[in-house]
Design a protein around this ligand. Structure first.
Ligand code: API
Length: 278
């Protein structure tokens, strides 16, 4: 079975083109190939599929085999695959995802793809829809969450997948390895959560580290960066356009006031192609 390996800000993915390859169990395949010792290695698997609602359909599975509604770094890699491997001549196209129909646009300068800008759609802020329990349909902004005996202030946002944004003094020093799993599986989150630990440098720049649902600490999270941008505005900490500095690179996030859509711009690079026994 052929695959291609991609990364966006160091968040890395195995991509399988299901127009050409047949995978019988998406979850089991993801668990197997994401292993960095016994498999290809990756934070998840992106499956390229036909769609009757959009140009293409993307499904994303985490390293633990769980399926996520959406993946921001992943959809940029997905878009580059479609363009670079000749599945479309378009530079902007529609992708059916668990977060709805999203629109990546390739950024091309002098014939070279320099990045991808994605219309990530509207953030979801009503508690029950994120989902986070205990707040009904109210927004969850700077609310208390207790983890391992300490109380933190959380701001929750869904970009199709759930995010719990915690603003901290020093993102580098925050103990994400000790606390990440407890946030991920906190009882307040019926479908678990991705958790972003964010240090505000100024109104246009933040430093963010992430413990992802189903993948633990990753070098970057695209949907998490979007959730961070939205939370920054909701809590009055940042402007509507911010640069998010992650462990693996930088993303630009803009929460457009007129459309209420979140736009994310960043890199997507092919690492290698290969074959693996199916
Ligand atoms: N772990 C996430 C999916 C991948 C999201 C992340 N890699 C991104 O770039 O948005 C979840 O279960 O919701």
């Amino acid at each position: 079975m052929r695959f291609s390996k991609w990364q966006g800000c160091g968040n890395d993915f195995v991509l399988v083109d299901c127009f050409k390859e047949n995978v019988s169990d998406f979850a089991a395949f993801a668990k197997k190939v994401c292993d960095r010792h016994y498999g290809i290695g990756g934070d998840g698997v992106l499956y390229v599929l036909p769609s009757d609602k959009a140009d293409f359909r993307m499904r994303i599975f985490n390293t633990d085999g769980s399926e996520a509604e959406m993946c921001g770094n992943g959809i940029r890699c997905f878009a580059r695959y479609l363009h670079d491997f000749g599945l479309t001549e378009k530079e902007e196209f529609t992708v059916e995802t668990g977060a709805g129909i999203l629109v990546p646009r390739l950024q091309i300068e002098a014939g070279k793809v320099t990045g991808v800008r994605v219309d990530m759609g509207e953030p979801v802020l009503e508690g029950e829809k994120i989902p986070v329990t205990g707040f009904g349909m109210n927004r969850v902004i700077e609310e208390d969450i207790e983890v391992k005996g300490k109380t933190y202030k959380m701001t929750c946002v869904s970009m199709g997948n759930p995010h719990c944004v915690i603003f901290v003094e020093d993102a580098e020093a925050f103990p994400i390895y000790e606390l990440g799993a407890s946030f991920e599986s906190h009882p307040a989150f019926p479908r678990k959560t991705n958790t972003e630990f964010v240090e505000v440098r100024d109104r246009q720049h933040v430093r963010m580290r992430v413990w992802e649902r189903g993948a633990a600490v990753t070098l970057a999270c695209g949907t998490g960066s979007c959730a961070t941008g939205v939370a920054g505005v909701l809590t009055g900490r940042t402007d509507r356009k911010v640069e998010v500095e992650l462990d693996g690179g930088k993303l630009t996030v803009e929460w457009d006031e007129a459309t209420n859509h979140v736009f994310m711009t960043g890199p997507a690079e092919l690492v290698f192609t290969g074959e693996i026994d199916g």
